[in-house]
Structure formats: C-alpha cells, structure tokens
Write a protein that binds this ligand. Structure first.
Ligand SMILES: Nc1ncnc2c1ncn2[C@@H]1O[C@H](COP(=O)(O)OP(=O)(O)OP(=O)(O)O)[C@@H](O)[C@H]1O
Ligand SMILES: [Mg+2]
Length: 368
C-alpha cells in the first residue's frame, strides 16, 4: 500500500501581471492544474524547460506561496491553514535547499550559527553546548569538519556551501527535503558529490526527497519517480525507469533526445524541437504542446488531453501516445537514453576521480 507524504491536488497558481487602476492585467498561468503524490521514502523528480512552473510548484508545496486554487497536503493535512505550532511543525518536517548556495546563506552569520538557528527553533531544550555539539555532528554528516562552524559562508567553495545548506536543512530533523535545482550551479564533479551525499543521507535518515532539476542525467541518477512538466502541467509521470526507457509523450522524448553526448558535455544542447515555447500568458488551446509536436492532429488543437494510464503507474497526457508508440519517431525525437546512461557513468567516474572539494581534502577558498 502506498504511503503518501506530500500531495498536490489540482494545484493552480496564476499571477496577475501589468494590472493598474485603469487596466486589467494579464494572467501568467505558472501552475495550471497539477496533481501528484510523493510517497514516503522515495526520491521524486520534477523536470521541464525553463519557465514551465517548476519553482512555482515547489514554492506551493513548501508553503512559501499559496495556490490560486487546489490543495497541498502534508501527511494528509492541508498546509494552507496551518499557523503557530502547526506551521512550525511543518517547517521542521519539510525543509528545502536552494539552487544558489551563494545567495541562500547569509554572509554575515557564521556557519555554526546558520546551522544552529533551526536547532534553536525546533529543539529549544538544548543548551548552547549541546547545540554546538549537534552543529558539529551535522557538519560531519555532510562531509565538513566541526571546526568549520567558526567560519563564514564566503570562505567556502560552491560545493561546500551547498553542503552547509544541506546541514542547515537537516538541522530540524526533517522527514522530507525539497531541492530546487540543488546542484545546477555547481561544477559537474562537485554536482556528483552533492548528489551522492543527498542519496546517502536519504537512505541513512530515511528521508523523502523532491528534486527539481534541468539535467535529466541528474534525475536519472537519483530518482525513483519522475514528473515531466510543460507550461504549468504534468504531461508524463511514472517510475524513472519507465519514463526514461519508454518515454511516451513526444515532449519527454524531445527532452531525452536533447541530452548531449558525454564527450561534448557540460553545455546542454538546446531542445531539438521546432518553434518557441509558448508563453504561459496565453497557452495554446487543446494540448499545450500541439504547436511544437511533430505528431499533431486535429483533435490536439481543440481537446485538452488528460493523464492516461500507460501501465505500472506510468501516465501520459497525449491523445495519440498509443499510435505514436507504433510509429518510428522522427530523428530529432528519438530518445537517446544511452546518453543518459553514459552521463550517469560519467557522474560516477567524476566522484571517484575528483579530489577537488572532496571531504578529505577540504580547502577553504577565500574569495576576493
Ligand atoms: N511572482 C511572479 N509574478 C509573475 N510571474 C511569475 C512569478 N513567478 C513566476 N512567474 C512566471 O511563471 C512562470 C513559471 O516560472 P517558474 O519560475 O516557476 O519556472 P521554472 O520552471 O522554475 O523555470 P526555471 O527552470 O527557469 O527555474 C514563468 O513564466 C515566470 O515568469
Ligand atoms: Mg526554477
């Protein structure tokens, strides 16, 4: 039986832009009807192009923002109305790490204080000594040294700062962590280390992880289930193996085909799809992907497809996924999942080879 920890039900977040006293504004449909369930103990990933609504969705799930419509449930309880003690409990149980370890840590506060703050809030019974000891343990747990507590964030490299961010997120003893692009600002070898750290912590502490990432190799490496977003909606969702090996939605196939060859890696190729991504101010009628889809047919332009079960918890929102599966995809849509596998191997190799930024070789880099 599934054990749902975090759930979104028909979640909508629209932003009014450009309105004034005399003029009605327009609506950005950033998140436009998303339902998903994150099960306890799994790593769930959300992928999609820039602007498709991933961060907006993450902020709703974290209760940093309220939905225009729909609900977020954490352990079966709607998070919207929570306040006081209940909200503090939610903040303890559901933590987040951000993309940019440079701006997400206050530069004027020592690492010890940054990591100690959540302990003060969530474990007020601990005295200063016990707190210091706990900070030391947390720093060690993320591969840093207890004595780093006396330093400031700017004295650390990017990967180390992300480790500090993770220690801070762990400090309250959360059940779940949401990471919005937690490694995309880091060098590839450092990315691999931080991903491995998160995976290790996940098993050690029995955490649930929700990871938002651009890089499909990162997602393949660490997730159990994946949701693919396009213009504020989920177009494909399922176990990572199913989504990567038998991608059904033409958009997912295009995303997979755009993964670069490892030997030309580091820079992502642009999506090999024709046409620009439409604006969330005016999403296309019918299937939102129809303006770029090589398989488009008449009903795609008028009728919005719903998520359809394609087997084994794998669902796809495309009218024609069954027929498309039987035809050979155009060259630019062929999933190149062997590239995902190659990049996956590259991540592993990067972890094994790199000495830079490894916990055994912590060098404090002072920036100008
Ligand atoms: N506060 C806001 N006001 C108006 N529009 C917003 C606001 N926040 C986000 N948007 C718009 O909502 C859409 C989704 O943005 P969001 O940041 O969620 O995308 P994303 O998938 O996280 O993109 P990226 O991969 O670039 O981080 C974008 O068109 C964005 O411009
Ligand atoms: Mg974002």
């Amino acid at each position: 039986m599934s054990d749902v920890l975090l759930e979104a039900i028909d979640l909508v977040r629209h932003f009014e832009v450009g309105s004034s006293l005399f003029k009605k504004g327009k609506r950005v449909r950033a998140v436009d009807g998303v339902s998903l369930q994150v099960e306890r103990g799994e790593t769930f990933a959300i992928v999609g192009e820039s602007g498709c609504g991933k961060s907006t969705l993450a902020r709703l799930l974290m209760r940093l923002d309220n939905p225009t419509a729909g609900k977020v449930l954490f352990e079966g309880r709607e998070t919207r109305g929570l306040k006081g003690k209940e909200l503090t409990e939610l903040r303890r149980d559901l933590q987040f790490i951000f993309q940019d370890p440079f701006s997400s840590l206050n530069p004027r506060i020592t690492v010890g204080k940054l990591v100690g703050e959540p302990i003060e809030v969530h474990a007020p019974e601990l005295d200063a000594d016990a707190r210091r000891q706990k900070v030391g343990q947390l720093l060690a747990q993320v591969g840093l040294l207890p004595e780093h507590a006396n330093r400031y964030p700017h004295e650390f490299s990017g990967g180390q700062r992300q480790r500090i961010g993770i220690a801070r997120a762990l400090a309250s003893g959360p059940r779940a962590i949401i990471g919005d692009e937690p490694v995309s600002a880091l060098d590839v070898s450092v990315q691999a280390q931080v991903i491995n750290l998160l995976s290790d912590l996940k098993s050690e502490l029995k955490l649930t992880l929700l990871i938002i990432a651009h890089d499909l190799a990162v997602v393949r490496h660490m997730s159990d289930r994946v949701a693919v977003m396009y213009l504020g909606q989920i177009v494909e969702i399922g176990p990572a193996d199913a989504v990567f090996e038998t991608a059904r939605h033409p958009y997912t196939r295009a995303l997979l085909s755009s993964i670069p060859e490892p030997q030309h890696n580091h820079k992502r190729n642009p999506m090999q799809l024709t046409g620009e991504t439409p604006s969330p101010l005016a999403p296309p009628s019918g299937c939102r992907f129809h303006t770029r889809c090589p398989f488009v047919q008449d009903n795609c332009k008028t009728t919005e497809p719903q998520l359809d079960e394609a087997g084994q918890g794998h669902s796809v929102a495309c009218h024609h996924w069954r027929d498309i599966g039987k035809t050979a995809p155009p060259e630019q849509m062929k999933p190149r999942s062997e590239n995902v596998a190659k990049r996956f191997a590259m991540y592993q190799a990067a972890v094994n080879e790199s000495v830079n930024d490894s916990p055994e070789n912590i060098r404090l880099t002072r920036e100008e």
